[in-house]
Design a protein around this ligand. Structure first.
Ligand SMILES: C[S@@+](CC[C@H](N)C(=O)[O-])C[C@H]1O[C@@H](n2cnc3c(N)ncnc32)[C@H](O)[C@@H]1O
Length: 305
């Protein structure tokens, strides 16, 4: 980023994004991974490797940097077992994922650009995410409003704050991400509020909507949305959000789907809903999984990523 041309607001937002995906201290995450891998592989821990992790551009650091940019969260690592010599693998995610959002750099940039367009075109309405996990994406939205002194919009953060529900429809069969299977996905309301507070962004401009989407979203007192971001992974979670909130997105507003490329059930929910409601705006790709479209706009003015 050139030093002389960037406004302070944009400098803040750039720093905020880097902090939310832990890019600023990524080497500390790699130190943790290195120690964990050494222990499971029965290898000695080398202090110099820990100290000079960044200087030596450790191979795990390179991998993690790329993955964090893309929001790739599964982190399977193969290693030679110290005792047997066999190659074993471990998913490091459960032990070492410390970032405040799992959506990665490109999908954070997408929120940033959508908000730029909303501000530029004076698109009315609030902003909302259904499925917030630790809260990083909604923290970014609140940070944007703060940076540009927008006091007339609210950030809505909807989640069970207890992880994903068990699959309840045929479309979601086989996709059990509930707390028993993936405890890392269950983050309490208090933890999310603490995160907002850490960033100095917890105030009445953030509203938390607690509960399963099919129960909480029909009653949420949102009037108009300029941005609706869906990140509930499952068919039912995606459909519940679309059915209850899509009509609240104003013309010129954005609909972002985090899991379209990653989870077939999510894609099915979106494709079905678009077909049933004759939604013709083209879907634009953000990265390997995220997509979005702009309501009432057949030819996006949003520059390609
Ligand atoms: C993939 S995580 C969201 C990631 C998040 N957007 C971020 O920035 O890292 C999915 C979240 O959706 C929530 N969720 C999924 N389906 C839900 C449902 N039907 N009702 C309530 N919460 C749900 C889970 O509790 C979890 O926090």
């Amino acid at each position: 980023m050139p030093i002389d041309i960037v406004a302070p607001e944009e400098r803040y937002l750039d720093l905020l994004k880097k902090s939310l995906i832990n890019l600023l201290y990524l080497e500390n995450e790699v130190r943790l991974i290195y120690i964990l891998l050494s222990v499971v592989a029965g290898q000695p821990i080398d202090i110099k490797t820990i100290r000079e992790m960044e200087k030596d551009d450790h191979p795990i650091l390179k991998v993690l940097r790329d993955r964090r940019g893309e929001g790739q969260i599964q982190f399977i690592w193969n290693y030679p077992d110290g005792k047997s010599g066999e190659t074993k693998s471990i998913n490091l995610r459960d032990a070492t994922e410390v970032a405040h959002t799992m959506i990665g750099g490109k999908r954070l940039d997408n929120i940033h650009r959508c908000l730029d367009v909303i501000m530029r075109d004076r698109v009315p309405g609030d902003v909302m995410e259904t499925g917030v996990w630790r809260g990083g994406a909604v923290v970014f939205m609140r940070g944007y409003l703060a940076a540009y002194n927008m006091t007339d919009r609210t950030v809505w953060a909807a989640d069970s704050f207890a992880g994903l529900p068990k699959p309840a429809t045929p479309e979601d069969a086989g996709y059990d991400f509930s707390v028993d299977v993936h405890p890392i996905l269950a983050i309490s309301l208090e933890e999310v509020q603490q995160l907002f507070a850490k960033y100095g962004l917890l105030d009445e401009q953030v509203q938390f909507v607690k509960g399963w989407f099919h129960e909480s979203l029909p009653n949420v007192p949102v009037k108009e949305l300029a941005l609706l971001r869906l990140d509930g992974d499952l068919y039912k979670s995606t459909r519940d959000a679309l059915v209850n909130l899509y009509h609240k997105v104003v013309p010129g507003g954005f609909i972002i789907i985090d899991d379209y490329g990653d989870f077939q059930p999510c894609q099915k929910a979106v494709d079905e809903f678009r077909l049933q409601n004759n939604i013709r705006e083209p879907i634009e790709r953000i990265d390997w999984t995220g997509v979005f479209w702009r309501k009432g706009d057949n030819c996006s003015i949003y520059p390609k990523l």
